[in-house]
Design a protein around this ligand. Structure first.
Ligand SMILES: [Zn+2]
Length: 225
């Protein structure tokens, strides 16, 4: 892994007594990687992440893991709020839906995978707690989006992606979403859209069809077994 130190001033102390148990993946959503990394290091922006991964696979180390970086904003997962306090954040360079969303290059994904594996080796983060920004802020965020290869990462030991035909938990959509970790006090279509960006990427329309419900059951089963 090509690691480049590029310190950001945008961090503070983690809360007392809270373990690092969540890994949050983002895309940068800016026109270029250089512009995004400059913003993550600009004291005026008040945003940061622990790492940023360029499209060529270079990994920038911005904030030490024992400090709280400012990447998630208002966020909810598994009943916790303010996920910055308990998470590591990785920004992955991509123009995003606003500036020309495009596939993440293989070199970049390989670097993301290596970086995640290293982080998972240092902290007790369960597969179910490797999340998208859109999972923890479904009403505000769509990153890293439906072109991000969650299935490939899971095949390499990062996160969770049950196979088609895997055993399923029973229940209604909202109950299953809650069991997985999503907040449930938002419109169902908003939550289903976030779920589909992760686990049903061929169709991201917020509609709870039979296929989406089957995937929901499979993921809910996987997180509780
Ligand atoms: Zn984000």
């Amino acid at each position: 892994m090509r690691l480049i130190d590029a310190p950001s001033p945008n961090h503070d102390a983690r809360p007392e007594g809270v373990a690092i148990d969540t890994l949050v993946l983002h895309y940068t959503g800016m026109r270029s990687g250089a512009e995004a990394i400059a913003r993550l290091r600009d004291p005026a922006s008040r945003v940061s992440s622990h790492y940023a991964v360029e499209e060529d696979g270079a990994v920038f180390r911005l904030v030490p893991e024992d400090r709280r970086a400012w990447h998630a904003g208002v966020s909810h997962w598994r009943g916790n709020t303010g996920l910055n306090g308990r998470s590591i954040g990785i920004e992955i360079v991509n123009p995003g839906h606003e500036w020309g969303y495009r596939p993440f290059p293989a070199l970049q994904m390989a670097a993301v995978c290596d970086l995640c594996l290293a982080i998972l080796g240092r902290h007790p983060i369960a597969p179910r707690d490797v999340v998208a920004h859109s999972d923890i802020a479904p009403d505000r965020k769509e990153d890293p989006g439906e072109l991000f290869d969650w299935e490939g990462l899971a095949a390499n030991g990062v996160g969770l992606f049950p196979a088609v035909g895997a055993p399923r938990a029973a229940g209604d959509a909202l109950g299953l979403l809650g069991a997985i970790g999503y907040r449930t006090d938002l419109p169902l279509a908003v939550l289903i859209t976030a779920f589909q960006r992760r686990w049903q990427q061929a169709r991201v329309d917020g509609v709870t069809d039979a296929q989406t419900l089957a995937r929901l059951g499979a993921v809910a089963f996987a997180v509780t077994s």
